[in-house]
Design a protein around this ligand. Sequence first.
Ligand code: ARG
Length: 458
Amino acid sequence: MKKPWGGRFKEGTAKTLEEFSQSISFDHKLWREDIDGSIAHAKMLHKQGIINAFELEQILRGLKEIAKEIEQGKFQFKEEFEDVHMNIERALIEKIGSAGAKLHTARSRNDQVATDLRLYLRKKVSKLIEQLTEIEKTFISIAEKHIDTIMPGYTHLQKAQPVLLAHHLLAYAWMFERDRERLKEALKRINKCPLGACAIAGSSLPIDREFTARELEFEGVIPNSIDAVSDRDFVLDVLYCGAMVMMHLSRFAEELILWATDEFKFIELPDRFSTGSSMMPQKKNPDPAELIRGKTGRVYGNLLSLFTTMKGLPLTYNRDMQEDKEPVFDTVETVSMSLKIVNEMLPEIKFIKDKMKEASEKGFTTATDLAEYLVKKGVPFRNAHEITGKIVLYCIEEGKNLTDLSMEEFKKFSSKIDRDVYEILTSEGSIEAKISYGSSSKKSVKEQIKLLKKRLRE
Ligand code: ARG
């Protein structure tokens, strides 16, 4: 079959090269954007007097027919036409003849593919932003149900201080809030039109780039035609933002995996979102969480893969850049699916409040409160830390909790300790004693919820 670029060639393409270089097996995903771009381009060519009204009408009709055939699964994408752009153009020419052959006037696949990908990512990123909004709402609504649930907070995965489960869950809501912001930023940069940059240098024909940009609802054109066809920073933005979302999801997934163990027993995972073992009948495994943690690796790989592809490329377009598509398709799909599953599973997770509370009372989690108690009585913090450390050591040796100690025992360590100390040694007392902004008190957690909800409304 003769190639659209066949004029300069004496021989046909090797079958091996066709197989090797084709992108149709994955870039067929861009078919709708490709057709939308062509429609805008054809309208512009007509407005500028480059094609006549009849030709425009034929092109529009042909493209609509092709769209319908693709939608109905009747369209045959062919490897020998390499990519989605040439497959659609070929089909148009077959349908309408010479008018179809005018569509590629003042256009190159270089600006075409950049346009398609921007249109595609604009849709996908908007969807991811919506999904992040949803997941944030889910985290907030579960936090609202757990304003009274106390759990141990950890540093180094060692018990640190009692916190509210709501506080812990809201930490994730804030992460997703920033992910949302990041994607909104990326969206601004995606939403600029490269069409009309042509292969590299622009065109000697009187095209109107502002017009096509408006038709495609871009927020303006890319001012430099060389930049327009060269860079894939907008794809990398998405890959980076996606990697960040996965990192956040993966940390949550890891906590679910830990919390569901017999050792922690903080949660019970829903049966609907767990799997069994083919051999061990007692097993209930946290596979969705593990898969999210696992897929995070792939999504990071996608970012690194395109960074590596781009790093040594001279301007402008190089065929290497065809390698941008599979990673970004994969990232967008993986992140979307992961958000979807967490958002569905989360409301069905049962938090075992008693276990969480009980765990928060072991491991001397209120030792810092004791030190701060002493500070309030005028003891310098370093001394208070030392005194409290000694009390903890004494407890370990005696096999006691802080709350088990008698007034007499406390007095041996510091005369400043009085009866009121017992109030701050319980996990409730510790939490309610927190007064700083953003801390784990109920009041502060309720303020955060208000703040997040306000952000979501904006
Ligand atoms: N399939 C190509 C890609 O994805 C389209 C652009 C081809 N341009 C070219 N000059 N060969 O990058």
